[in-house]
Design a protein around this ligand. Structure first.
Ligand code: ATP
Ligand code: MG
Length: 423
């Protein structure tokens, strides 16, 4: 029989690694909620139409990366490749954007996303994002707040030296259309020098050619028209303000006028946080402003700005930089050996300890075993304190405390005193 395996590009998260994820998720949650963002959850499966209408028909995602299939009622559904479209859909469906007097909503979400890509380090078919979206604010302070918040997150995680912020402005639709025309003129005259993908994109999505990884195409692009020269005055002012706010908040950035994003819905600000510590998959967080999307999906005109970060890449980066807290992945701080006929007393004692020191990870040995085999399990748990409860200790109301990682001598104490050891 063929061995059952997970679907290619979709990873299991094993117990040895889950503490890293939990730590990242908790830290990010704390930071974004500290800026007033509230969590929203939406389904993993959506009508295919949603992504076609938002991300854009001729983007990589919609053209070749979506997990799309017919359900049993022949409706076309898609495993979400990103969160923004669903977020807008949910906000519209529940009228979250207009019924609060002021049009403002600050939301975040977290969960798996699905894209049929070539799996490699930092690029999976099921991957995980934390996304943040701010609705209703057109001015550049909303853009700046997101980036300042992200900078704080990097600092909290201790990885701020390893990430760099790149920003750009795509201008209004009109500015972008003018630039696009100039770019197509230039590239059409040099079509033969373009890589195959870019030749195809020339007709469908020419801005994406700026993003090409092909060296010859990149060389050619050095002489291409510059988006910055096409910006309308308002976008220019918006972009200047963003830079001023970032500077005031001490957030360093570089302007990269070649930065465009892979999704169609962006306007004005786009940005990426990149690292050179992860090889080719260097973008850990990306986003921008998408003032047109809500209306495009049938809602009222609502400015919006947001980003998503890739958790796989972040875990890799924090690991690479050794920035996870020590001992994060151990299963227990305290391990109790229950030796002989002491199970009732062992339960009573471990429950007492959990009550008095709720922050402790307390494991009680179950399934009996010799001193030696229980000790082995204690060591494997990562605990640095072992409690030994034998029949003599139990009947005297005592317990023996043994330190696995320090020279402190073993001692036998009254059970009532146990909390004194851990506070
Ligand atoms: P890339 O250029 O790396 O394909 P993207 O532009 O497609 O990225 P977005 O759609 O902006 O990425 O998603 C935001 C973030 O989600 C990325 O910066 C990255 O950190 C992460 N991400 C995107 N696709 C994947 C994937 N297949 N596997 C792991 N992480 C991903
Ligand atoms: Mg991609």
């Amino acid at each position: 029989m063929k061995k059952l395996q997970a679907v290619k590009g979709m990873n299991d998260l094993l117990p040895a690694d889950s503490p890293y994820w939990q730590y990242l998720e908790a830290t990010i949650t704390d930071v974004v909620q500290g800026y007033g963002f509230q969590e929203i959850r939406f389904p993993i499966l959506e009508a295919t139409e949603l992504f076609k209408r938002s991300i854009g028909e001729v983007t990589d995602i919609v053209e070749k990366e979506m997990y799309t299939f017919l359900d049993r009622n022949d409706e076309s559904v898609t495993l979400r490749p990103e969160g923004t479209a669903s977020c807008v859909r949910a906000c519209e469906q529940h009228q979250l954007l207009y019924n609060r007097g002021t049009i403002a909503q600050k939301l975040w979400y977290m969960g798996p996303m699905f894209r049929y890509e070539k799996p490699q380090k930092g690029r999976l078919r099921q991957f995980h994002q934390i996304g943040v979206e701010a609705y209703g604010i057109a001015s550049a302070d909303a853009d700046a707040e997101l980036l300042i918040m992200t900078a704080r997150l990097w600092k909290t995680l201790g990885i701020d030296d390893a990430v760099e912020l790149q920003i750009n402005s795509l201008g209004t639709n009109e500015a972008r259309a003018n630039f696009r025309a100039a770019l197509v003129d230039f590239l059409s005259a040099n079509e033969a020098k373009l890589d195959e993908d870019s030749q195809r994109r020339l007709a469908t999505n020419p801005l994406r050619i700026l993003d090409s990884k092909d060296a010859d195409t990149q060389a050619l692009l050095a002489d291409a028209p510059d988006l910055a020269d096409f910006l309308d005055d308002e976008s220019r002012e918006h972009f200047a303000l963003l830079q001023r706010y970032l500077t005031a908040a001490g957030v360093k950035f570089t302007v990269n006028t070649r930065l465009v994003r892979g999704l169609d819905y962006y306007s004005r600000t786009v940005f990426e946080w990149v690292t050179n510590r992860l090889g080719a998959q260097g973008t850990v967080c990306a986003g921008g402003r998408y003032d047109g999307l809500v209306a495009q999906l049938g809602g009222q005109n609502t400015p919006a700005v947001g980003f998503a970060m890739g958790l796989e890449r972040l875990v890799l980066l924090v690991q690479e930089l050794n920035a996870f807290p020590k001992d994060i992945s151990r299963a227990a701080d305290v391990y109790l050996l229950a030796l002989g006929n002491v199970i009732p007393e062992a339960f009573a004692l471990t429950e007492q300890l959990r009550e008095q020191a709720p922050h402790l990870r307390v494991q009680m040995n179950t399934g009996a075993g010799s001193f030696k085999s229980q000790m082995k399990k204690a060591e494997r748990s990562g605990a640095d304190v072992v409690l030994i409860l034998g029949e003599d200790e139990a009947s005297a109301g005592e317990v023996t405390v043994k330190y696995l990682r320090s020279d402190e001598p073993q001692q036998t104490i009254q059970q009532q005193q146990i909390n004194q050891i851990f506070v």
